[in-house]
Design a protein around this ligand. Structure first.
Ligand SMILES: C/C(=C\COP(=O)(O)OP(=O)(O)O)CCC[C@H](C)CCC[C@H](C)CCCC(C)C
Ligand SMILES: O=C(O)C1=CC(=O)c2ccccc2C1=O
Length: 277
């Protein structure tokens, strides 16, 4: 799952490098470490908050279920947040640009509203929108300011791409959980749509990645090298085909999140290369 931290930082940094021909390696490294700590926070605190609603009763790998110590996991998650925000704060300080910290702090606040009381917006099916905004434009803005570069159409285009590919991971994570979600009152997009319509939405969202890229090339935002993205079509096909076949069979569809992670990783790598070349 930690590729969800690495990919947006790498693609945004590649977009900056493509535009300016230089990046600060130390800032890039510190951003990566900080983003990983933020993702550790969101996952550990998700287990804490979900243990309060009972939705994770059957989730064997919930760290709260594994340790039986909710307080410990809560404080561990806060420590991760402190490390993550501390690292981003240090970058903002070195750059003397507090917009870096502001964008990531806003992303973290939105991440909290996904799962924490009193908001729990994920229970209303709003997680994918939060994912798109936080892993897309907010993270990309923070990265470009951290590299002392202004946002460009290339950066916005790439942020939309990564925002969608990250939201696809979250969307896929709901297919096998319909029963548990219904029991806990969580109206995930798959609970709302049903698994059949959900698999169609997944297909359309996945295909949109391969439409947006040529469109951005035609607009002059992306280099033609970003067509490297089409090397990932077999993974996209695997995802759409797997969910299309097994959307209503929880045991068979449960691994689709990991195919989505694979798609997110490889599309991110191809896009980064395309933006650098
Ligand atoms: C914890 C997340 C998903 C798990 O959700 P769920 O409870 O449905 O799944 P389980 O069955 O596994 O319990 C991730 C949620 C992500 C959230 C919508 C947005 C987070 C924003 C980040 C804080 C932004 C970080 C940016 C970083 C790259 C600097
Ligand atoms: O555990 C999960 O299901 C997820 C964890 C996570 O950090 C993440 C981040 C961005 C999009 C989706 C997800 C998950 O689904």
């Amino acid at each position: 799952m930690y590729t969800v931290a690495i990919t947006p930082i790498s693609v945004a940094t590649a977009a900056v490098y493509g535009a300016t021909g230089q990046i600060n390696g130390f800032t890039f490294g510190l951003f990566l470490v900080s983003a990983i700590a933020v993702i550790a926070w969101i996952n550990l605190s998700n287990d804490v908050f979900d243990s309060e609603t009972g939705i994770d009763q059957n989730k064997a790998h919930s760290v709260v279920n594994l340790t039986g110590n909710k307080a410990l996991v809560f404080w561990l998650s806060n420590a991760c947040l402190l490390v993550g925000i501390g690292g981003i704060g240090a970058i903002a300080y070195f750059q003397q640009d507090w917009r870096v910290l502001g964008a990531i702090a806003l992303a973290c606040a939105l991440g909290y509203t996904y799962q924490g009381p009193p908001f729990r917006l994920g229970y209303q099916g709003l997680g994918e929108l939060i994912c798109l905004i936080t892993f897309g434009p907010l993270t990309f803005l923070a990265v470009c300011y951290s590299q002392a570069s202004p946002p460009s159409p290339t950066l916005w285009g790439a942020s939309l791409f990564v925002g969608i590919s990250t939201a696809i991971i979250l969307f896929c994570s709901h297919f096998h959980q319909v029963e548990d979600d219904l029991a806990a009152g969580k109206r995930s997009p798959i609970v709302r749509l049903g698994t059949a319509k959900g698999s169609t939405v997944l297909a359309v969202s996945t295909v949109s990645l391969y439409i947006l890229t040529p469109l951005f090339i035609l607009c002059g935002y992306f280099s033609p090298w970003t067509l490297l993205l089409f090397l990932t079509v077999p993974v996209a096909y695997e995802l759409v085909n797997h969910v299309g076949q097994y959307h209503n069979q929880p045991d068979k569809v449960r691994n689709c999140k990991f195919i989505a992670v694979k798609l997110h990783f490889w599309t991110g790598l191809c896009l980064s290369l395309g933006l650098i070349l």
